[in-house]
Design a protein around this ligand. Structure first.
Ligand SMILES: [Fe+2]
Ligand SMILES: [Fe+2]
Length: 484
């Protein structure tokens, strides 16, 4: 009987052989050359026979080759091929590539375009950035690039990571995404034309990979917000929350990436509004109000400056315009618009409103606790928000979202640190807080609100009231994301 591991190993070797040989042939010959067409046929066949679970990942780690995490054996027959591949990838700053399901239907000219871009990237000063921009410009979405990392790379799947490690990984995604968005915004401000978004696409792709494994961490991470750079932090929060909704309604991986990008760029138009208007505490005059209300339109206009294919721009353009329009179209910008909102527009409107209302921005008079924000939004289901998507959203966050401050019947203050796994359960995991000597709060133990007294069968603790943590000067990030 054939050993299944050996069998897949030889298929994987065959795939790598065809991949490498096609890349070499495409370098020399034109698309119509018989060697190229034959090479393409073999490449497609081996992709088809190797692809499982919607993707096929090839990577090089410590001079070893892996396909879908299976280490390929380095022996007399494979030695030459493996050495060539390692040499080929080294100057391209790539650890490997991941082919997605859609590669099966990719037109021949796209596959060849990818291989030629990959080839040319080796001569560029910033090969990876050049290659990702090139792929975005050609709208090639069936391949993802795996960046070479310094030091050991953490690519275990989330089932083998504990909570702290998963949070750390999400936190890294958060930082990278924010940095890449800031870079795009800086280039827009500097009035650069043809702004590459390859890096942003890549960080969003990474985030989607991690979020598909574990969306709970990502729905909680918006409590990481830093107050001084509201626009960027807000946009990353909205992207993460929007992708969590998209994940729950089973959007494809590729659609999730588009949704994430769209959400990330939804407030791009705000970078043109002077800070004194954007952060004004008093009432806005007509001109200022118009400036603010035009930002969604301006986000759509600025998107056109980004270097991406017309097709991918078209997909995220309309939702930018729609994100304040509201479900019943009563929002802004006022337009003779009778079409229902797009799915992305409806999702982003929910994520956007939740993040705005739960942020503790200085100009707002009262701070609603996160659970009350959900209540407020739920009361507007079918008016401002899509009623089904709102339910999905509450389902993700739980009735008491992470970061809600609770007053318990024991007199204790506690922060929600994790949503319960049961749908709509009212009993999350909480961190008890205690006053310190400096006017702040220090953390105590994490407890489960679900805990019952074994004798009476009653719950040990009940929630008396809920607050926004900022009302007590509490920064959730200090109590949620650090160790126990
Ligand atoms: Fe907005
Ligand atoms: Fe926003």
């Amino acid at each position: 009987m054939t050993d299944p591991a050996k069998y897949s190993s030889s298929r994987f070797e065959e795939f790598l052989r065809n991949f490498y040989s096609l890349s070499q042939t495409a370098r020399i010959y034109s698309d119509s050359h018989s060697l190229v067409t034959k090479g393409l046929e073999k490449f497609s066949e081996s992709i088809n026979s190797c692809m499982a679970n919607g993707s096929l990942t090839f990577k090089i780690s410590n001079d070893q080759l892996y396909v879908d995490d299976e280490k390929l054996s380095y022996n007399r027959t494979t030695k030459n091929l493996f050495d060539n591949i390692i040499r080929y990838f080294a100057p391209r700053d790539l650890e490997g590539v991941r082919f997605l399901e859609d590669v099966r239907h990719a037109p021949a000219e796209e596959i060849l375009a990818f291989l030629r871009l990959l080839d040319h990237s080796g001569q560029k000063p910033e090969p990876l950035a050049w290659l990702t921009d090139g792929l975005a410009a050609k709208n090639i979405q069936w391949v993802e690039l795996l960046e070479k990392t310094e030091g050991p790379r953490d690519d275990r799947d989330s089932s083998s990571l504990d909570r702290a490690e998963r949070l750390e990984r999400a936190r890294r995604d958060y930082t990278y995404t924010k940095a890449s968005l800031e870079e795009v915004a800086r280039k827009i401000k500097d009035n650069k034309s043809e702004i590459g978004i390859g890096k942003t696409v890549r960080v969003v792709q990474d985030m989607v990979t991690n979020l598909i494994e574990d969306d709970a961490v990502y729905s909680a991470i918006s409590t990481l917000r830093v107050f001084d750079d509201y626009t960027f932090t807000h946009s990353v929060n909205v992207a993460m929350l929007a992708m969590c909704i998209g994940r729950r309604i089973n959007l494809s991986r590729r659609t999730l990436v588009s949704l994430g990008l769209c959400a990330l760029f939804h407030d791009l138009g705000k970078i043109e509004i002077p800070a004194e208007v954007l952060h004004k505490k008093g009432k806005l005059d007509d001109r200022e109000l118009r400036m603010i209300q035009e930002h969604s339109l301006n986000s759509a206009r600025l998107l056109l400056k980004l270097k991406a294919s017309p097709d991918s721009k078209a997909r995220i353009l309309v939702p930018l315009f729609e994100h304040h329009l509201k479900y019943d179209l009563s929002g802004y910008p006022h337009a003779d618009w009778e079409k229902p909102l797009t799915l992305f527009g409806k999702i982003i409107a929910i994520a956007d409103k939740y993040d705005t209302l739960t942020s503790s921005r200085a100009y707002r008079r009262s701070l609603l606790s996160p659970d009350r924000v959900l209540g407020y939004m739920f009361a507007r289901a079918g008016i401002h928000f899509d009623p089904t998507l709102i339910k999905v959203f509450i389902n993700i966050l739980g009735l008491y979202p992470v970061g809600t401050l609770l007053r318990l019947d024991t007199g204790d203050l506690a922060l929600v640190v994790s949503s319960p796994s049961r749908e709509f359960s009212k009993r999350p995991l909480i961190r008890v807080l205690e006053k310190d000597n400096e006017g702040g709060y220090k953390k105590r133990e994490i407890i489960n609100l679900d805990e019952r007294d074994p004798e009476t069968g009653r719950y040990v603790r009940e929630i008396i009231e809920t607050h926004h943590p900022a009302a007590f000067g509490i920064q959730p990030v200090q109590h949620i994301f650090s160790g126990n």
